[in-house]
Design a protein around this ligand. Structure first.
Ligand SMILES: [Zn+2]
Ligand SMILES: [Zn+2]
Length: 132
């Protein structure tokens, strides 16, 4: 699969037994439908975060194409705790996270930062997990 932003081939990484597609170039992440649920397993705010990802955002960011069906994706906005704009396949095939957006969404979900998902993301990206 190619990165929808820079068109480079993405690599598959395993994050707590969930396979994610990761772009080396822009550090974006593609999650197939349902994978965010899996990553948020154990988060007390999981349902709220997932529900918050259904709002379309009215913003002027350049639209990018779904790496699976190639249709232009919707911009969606979650303002659960923090405003984050994501790209979502119009057919519901998955979600695109630009650099740093996945861990922000996971933090918004109040996932315990000792969770293996965070530990692995940290080792891949060297994020600093800091709650404001
Ligand atoms: Zn990329
Ligand atoms: Zn699609």
């Amino acid at each position: 699969m190619k990165c929808p932003v820079c068109k480079e081939p993405m690599i598959v990484l395993e994050l707590n037994q969930v396979e994610i597609d990761y772009c080396h170039q822009c550090e974006g992440i593609w999650l197939d439908s349902g994978e965010l649920d899996l990553l948020l397993e154990g988060s007390k705010d999981k349902e709220n975060v997932i529900a918050s990802l259904s709002k379309k955002a009215n913003i002027n960011e350049k639209k990018i194409k779904c790496p699976l069906c190639r249709k232009k994706m919707d911009k969606i906005k979650t303002d659960y705790i923090e405003t984050i704009i994501l790209d979502k396949c119009v057919k519901g095939e998955g979600l695109w996270f630009n650099k740093n957006e996945l861990h922000k969404v996971l933090l918004a979900g109040n996932l315990n930062t000792n969770n293996p998902v965070f530990q692995q993301l940290k080792s891949i990206f060297e994020y600093k997990f800091k709650k404001n």
